[in-house]
Design a protein around this ligand. Sequence first.
Ligand SMILES: *Cc1c(COP(=O)(O)O)cnc(C)c1O
Length: 501
Amino acid sequence: MLLNTENRLVTDKQINQFFSPESKYTYEEYIQKTVHYVTNFLNNENFYSGESPSNLRSKTNLITANSNSTLSIDDTLKEIKELYLDHAIGFHHPNYVAHLNCPVLLPAVVGDIIASSVNTAIETWDQSTSATLIEQEIIQWICSKMGLPTISDGVFTSGGTQSNFMALLIARDHYAFKHFGLNLKENGWSSVVSKFRFFCSEKAHFSIKKNAALLGMGYNAVIPVETDDKMKINPNALVLAIEKEKQLGNIPIAIVATAGTTDFGSFDPLETIAKITNEYDMWFHVDGAYGGSYILTETHQEHLKGIELADSITIDFHKTMFQPVCSSAFLVRDTKYFKYISYYADYLNPLEHRDEDCPNLIEKSIQTTRRFDALKLWFTLKMTGDKAIGSFLEKVHYLALDLYHSIKDDPYFEIAHKPELSTLVFRYKGQGIQEEVLHDTINLYVKNTLFNSGQASVASTKLNGKVYLKFTLLNPKSTIDDLLNIIQMIKDTGRNYKNKN
Ligand SMILES: *Cc1c(COP(=O)(O)O)cnc(C)c1O
């Protein structure tokens, strides 16, 4: 037994909880027992237990009550099963079709266990060594898939939101430097920056506006441009919007094109937008958080044509490459653009010791301590392969199309669009009901009833002020029958609303 300075006892058992040579067998025991519980999670019948929020709250309140005594691995696993594993949302379940959460590939999980146990911090060479090289290899692989030039570069991020943040920041600081000789990183705000404007589709992800606000530029620095009936940005409206801002004395600095909008999976016309950014000397960012991975397919090459012209790209491997959260990347056309982010700290990466052979990835990241997230994808590429990932993505796209064809003539549904990716937005229409608001209410009732009962998780969104339901298909193991089964639940539940109200 050890004594610490406050005379509190620490047992051998506790000191052996560190990852260390003495605890090898403990490590194996913990992992094996844990694996057993996680495997049992797959036996949960529904995607969700349907436990009420108040019951979940009263269960989890016990955590603090227990804080004075410690538990064995068995008891702790038993407790977390009751608190969490029995009620966690199963993204692998065929009745989960709500958000952009994918079922994960097992090779990626293996990578994650290694990354967590070894606990490599990827920010400097002296904390990561070959892990840094592996991340860079993966980045070079995805840059070349995108068709970016050899001077392109990138970095893993926490997600599309952070990648889009980096894009807006670099676009802004580069424009300020190139056109006004300003060094915003060094000197901070300049009044001309208040006139800078970003342009994106009105269907673009909310993180564009949120990030503009975080950058001190405000939501109003983002000009949303109207979309056509396929939910793609209208290039004429885009040019008009740019001209209008110029007339107002504002300065258009960047266009954010979306390759796969979150709700409709629509692709903005990348080549046309590239031309417009060229004409106006603007930054060209492609938000491919959802659709970027489709570069691995044969079906979506045409949609992604022009992405090779981007100045920067967002891609989320945790959405469409079946990776556990987080796994995401930000790519730039030229590695030199990272100078707008880099910082040289005496204790980590002093400039005078800069060495190309031993890179410090912190110079490209807005994070400091950072997980070795690239390892998951490395395992996936080795064991699953990029061709199979491409086929999985094609499969979920065809599932969305199949579903579209199955329900488009059904009088109980109104379809918002023909899927370009793997989402379908539609609305249940109770027969004989005229009021749009009542349809809204019924659709929300359907969504909530299915969720609360643990039967199915369907998302909802709004289009032209009306409530729609949304299927996001990311499970290549799902079948059209699985989906039609959920469709039937929607009809039954919708009909029930009438009976109940
Ligand atoms: C999901 C999404 C994002 C945000 O990505 P996170 O990884 O959730 O931060 C950004 N853009 C689009 C188009 C998305 O679908």
